[in-house]
Write a protein that binds this ligand. Structure first.
Ligand code: IPD
Ligand code: CA
Ligand code: CA
Length: 259
């Protein structure tokens, strides 16, 4: 498998989607709801259609798991693409320029390529397994900070947060007390990439879906991050908890998240 061809296909599709998304900016005519606070816009749908068409053109046998259209199983290949056509839809709908196109490629359930593109800032994060991670072509690595009290953390709130406010707020409170500060960007893909390039020392969230984390997970690990569940077990895409750190503060963040 030519992983460079895969990476370039993903990057090409993401840039095309970025253009599609930017053309919708400030011009949305319809914002629908998948749940009480879970939005989907014309831009999400158009971006996903574009990415699927680009992949299908080159790799008709590959399986595709995409947020808005679900799993397209061909039964012919161990290769699977995992796509979030617009991660950070709520930000996009409110014209906050923090959202991303996220595309990952897996063989036999192992992610081998991940790319995350912010259509507004133009920041492109990429990783190929075993080859490190980059931001706009330059190698990136996690922060070297060893002390959680000097660390900037990030988290997100799942769409069912109102059904689990107590544990979410307790963890939030404990992390505020332990750290330098907390940010809530509104895009899990960018949160993971920000850990990868050293802007955040740590990130945690629960109830994310595979398309939210697949690309950012590889980018973070390739930049030196440790990615587990809240108990320190290795992360996988079916896991409901994710904790990604620069590795140095991992144990401290893990004990801070204990409730
Ligand atoms: C959401 C974002 C957000 C996270 C939510 C996700 P979407 O993805 O990643 O940061 O807190 O849990 O569902 O719906 O904008 O693609
Ligand atoms: Ca998402
Ligand atoms: Ca999305």
């Amino acid at each position: 498998m030519d992983l460079n061809l895969i990476k370039n296909t993903a990057i090409g599709a993401a840039y095309k989607s970025a253009e599609i998304i930017n053309n919708f900016s400030g011009k949305l005519t319809r914002v629908s709801k998948k749940g009480p606070i879970d939005l989907v816009t014309e831009a999400d749908i158009a971006s996903e259609k574009n990415i699927i068409a680009e992949i299908r053109r080159r790799f008709p046998d590959h399986e595709i798991l995409a947020e808005e259209s679900g799993l397209n199983q061909t039964g012919k290949s161990a290769c699977r693409w995992i796509i979030d056509p617009l991660d950070g839809t709520t930000n996009f709908a409110h014209q906050i320029p923090l959202f991303a196109v996220s595309i990952a490629f897996a063989v036999d359930n192992e992610i081998n390529v991940g790319i995350v593109l912010n259509p507004v800032s133009g920041e492109l994060f990429t990783a190929v397994r075993g080859q490190g991670a980059t931001l706009n072509g330059t190698a990136i690595e996690v922060s070297r900070q060893k002390d959680i009290s000097e660390s900037l953390l990030a988290t997100g709130f799942p769409y069912d947060v109102k059904q689990m406010l107590d544990p979410v707020m307790l963890r939030f409170k404990q992390c505020i007390a332990a750290s330098q500060g907390i940010r809530r960007l509104g895009s899990a893909a960018l949160d993971l990439c920000f850990v990868a390039c050293g802007r955040f020392e740590g990130f945690w969230e629960e109830n994310l879906n595979p398309w939210d984390t697949a690309a950012g997970w590889l980018i973070a690990e390739e930049a030196g991050a440790r990615v587990t569940d809240f108990s320190g077990n290795p992360y996988d895409l079916n896991q409901k908890e994710i904790m990604a750190t620069n590795s140095h503060i991992h144990d401290e963040l893990q004990s801070t998240l204990e409730i």
